[in-house]
Write a protein that binds this ligand. Structure first.
Ligand SMILES: NC(=O)c1ccc[n+]([C@@H]2O[C@H](COP(=O)([O-])OP(=O)(O)OC[C@H]3O[C@@H](n4cnc5c(N)ncnc54)[C@H](OP(=O)(O)O)[C@@H]3O)[C@@H](O)[C@H]2O)c1
Length: 266
């Protein structure tokens, strides 16, 4: 796809995958709207994009707050008829057993990872449908396919994102608007800086670079597929889980439970 002069909005563009995606879209000549809560970090991303001579808007917004997203969308749609690509990437996880997480901690993950995406879709989709073009890219995770001990509520938010996207994809048939989910394995970003991950090994040797996931996001922006799993061979594991759950679930479950128990002991 030719991204030149396309208007791309990325939530969670102040760090990690969102920042890497912003760089790659800018390299291809797209104009960017960078959204997150930390203005300083957003400005840093914007500064790094300057060399690409594209237009960049920075908007401070907490996507878990309905009114923040409404305000952010209104300010954009006053100037533009629509966005061409909406990347719902803002997200985080809190690690720990459900028995120890507070209800508020569980709610907060759903509020950002799932409802943050819903608020953005609800605010931008009508203008995309009116324009009969555009693509929504939702950044989920392989945790959208595996319910894992220690991150059960995070998994729930990503399962919800995938299910919603699948339903919406059917609804959008024939409208000119597309939707694709990008589901990576572990990525080397600030994601694991949350204090709840303190006792966890930060990355595994197989962890991806944010640039690899950013590449998949650009691919997704022009894809007719529902889900792009990164790396693609992990689709085999998802297939195994869905086809032979009694084989793969106990293996994955006990590996993650061991880690959770170790964390709880320390
Ligand atoms: N890293 C991984 O292993 C991994 C694996 C699979 C999927 N993912 C998914 O990838 C996405 C990006 O994560 P990352 O790995 O790049 O982590 P990251 O480096 O921590 O970046 C997360 C981004 O989300 C933003 N954000 C968080 N809460 C927000 C809120 N309420 N409103 C607006 N922005 C918010 C953060 O910005 P501010 O703090 O400035 O708001 C930041 O820009 C997430 O959805 C995550 O679930 C990550």
């Amino acid at each position: 796809m030719n991204f030149k002069n396309k208007l791309v909005l990325i939530t969670g563009a102040s760090s990690g995958i969102g920042r890497a995606a912003a760089l790659q879209f800018a390299k291809k000549g797209a104009n960017l709207i960078l959204v997150a809560r930390n203005k300083e970090k957003l400005n840093q991303t914007a500064e790094d994009l300057k060399k690409f001579n594209v237009s960049i808007f920075v908007l401070e917004c907490d996507v878990s707050k309905k009114s923040d997203v409404e305000k952010m969308a209104k300010s954009i749609l006053e100037k533009h008829d629509s966005v061409d690509i909406l990347v719902n990437n803002a997200g985080f996880a809190i690690y720990g057993p459900v028995s120890k997480l507070s209800i508020e901690e569980i709610e907060s993950q759903m509020a950002t990872n799932y409802f943050g995406m819903i608020y953005c879709v609800k605010n931008f989709l009508p203008s995309m449908i009116k324009k009969k073009s555009g693509h929504i890219v939702n950044v989920a995770s392989v945790a959208a396919s595996f319910g894992l001990p220690g991150i059960a509520s995070y998994c729930a938010s990503k399962f919800a994102m995938l299910g919603f996207s699948e339903g919406l994809k059917h609804e959008l048939k024939g409208t000119g608007v597309g939707i694709t989910v990008v589901s990576p394995i572990m990525v080397r970003t600030n994601f694991f800086d949350h204090p709840s991950f303190e006792k966890m090994p930060k990355y595994s040797p197989t962890s991806l670079s944010p640039e690899t996931v950013a590449n998949a996001i650009l691919k997704a922006a022009n894809s007719s597929r529902l889900e792009i799993i990164v790396p693609s061979f992990v689709r085999g594991a998802v297939w195994m889980k869905e086809t032979f759950p009694y084989l793969i679930n106990p293996i994955l479950g006990s590996a993650f439970k061991k880690q959770l128990d170790k964390n709880e002991e320390n």
